[in-house]
Design a protein around this ligand. Structure first.
Ligand code: ATP
Ligand code: MG
Length: 253
């Protein structure tokens, strides 16, 4: 078993005086790909935002690469793709500028050298957006925008990738591209924690699934195999389940 890259122990978090995380234990080890699943509002985004320090923890502890999160400074080792919001971003920026912002942590005093520019271009190529490098991000479709955010996270060549629903709004062909990209990252030694609603194209990559329910860990183990299908829209769940497959049902509701 690899070293823990993320370790959450008994993590509680409150937002707007409401307990949102009610004692989360979650360990992601070096080289693992862990999917964080659960219904809307179960606390998935909040959980990963505590890890990157965007949401304060009221109880419990978090370590990143074996360092207490509050003392962790090496953020170039972490790539983060936030959950897509519909709100338009304020300042206009080109695709290259957005992806370059993900590389800043690797530069000295923000000065881009050839290796940095190459890393930015390569990240754009990985997500198939190199031909849009000079375009304004406002001119992109939702799925293209998502791919730029993934390129931004890849640009620092992170050891740990944290992605909040990276596949949301991304078409099937691009999902395949991203799955391949992710597989290459993992083969090169990356560790991945990602929030998903359906395993889809990523299913073969997932080592473990952690399912949240109402701010608690409901399941931590092998990915629920039927999930891919069950999570598809229109799956009306009329067929009966045997009692011998307890973790297959109800995970997302
Ligand atoms: N800033 C906030 N202030 C108050 N409550 C919040 C805030 N952010 C999130 N919450 C609440 O915390 C709960 C968990 O939200 P969170 O975004 O973590 O859910 P999620 O599992 O990521 O859901 P989704 O699948 O919809 O993205 C929700 O009930 C939400 O309303
Ligand atoms: Mg969320």
């Amino acid at each position: 078993m690899g070293e823990p890259v993320i370790a959450m122990r008994g993590v509680r978090a409150d937002l707007g005086s409401r307990p949102v995380l009610r004692g989360i234990d979650l360990t992601v080890r070096h080289g693992e790909v862990v999917a964080l699943l659960g219904a809307n509002g179960s606390g998935k985004s909040t959980a990963i935002r505590t890890v990157i320090g965007q949401v304060p923890v009221s109880e419990g502890e978090i370590e990143l690469f074996g360092t207490e999160r509050k003392r962790f400074r090496d953020w170039s080792r972490v790539g983060y793709v936030p959950q897509r919001t519909t709100a338009a971003g304020g300042v206009p920026a080109t695709v290259t500028e957005v992806v370059s912002s993900g590389r800043l942590s690797r530069t000295r005093f923000g000065v881009f050298r050839k290796a940095d520019r190459d890393a930015v271009r390569q990240a754009l190529e990985l997500v198939g957006m190199a031909d849009r490098a000079k375009d304004n991000v406002d001119a992109l479709s939702g799925g293209q925008h998502q791919r730029v955010l993934i390129a931004r996270a890849l640009a620092s060549e992170p050891e740990l990738l944290i992605m909040d629903e990276p596949m949301a709004g991304v078409d099937l062909a691009s999902q395949e591209v991203l799955a391949r990209t992710l597989r290459d990252q993992v083969a090169a030694g990356a560790t991945v924690l990602l929030v998903l609603h359906e395993l889809g194209a990523l299913e073969p990559l997932i080592d473990r699934a952690v399912v949240l329910r109402d701010g608690c860990v409901q399941h931590d183990g092998p990915p629920p195999r039927a999930l891919g299908q069950h999570a598809l829209p229109g799956h009306d769940h009329v067929h009966p389940h045997s009692e011998h497959e307890p973790i297959r049902t109800g995970l997302l509701s």
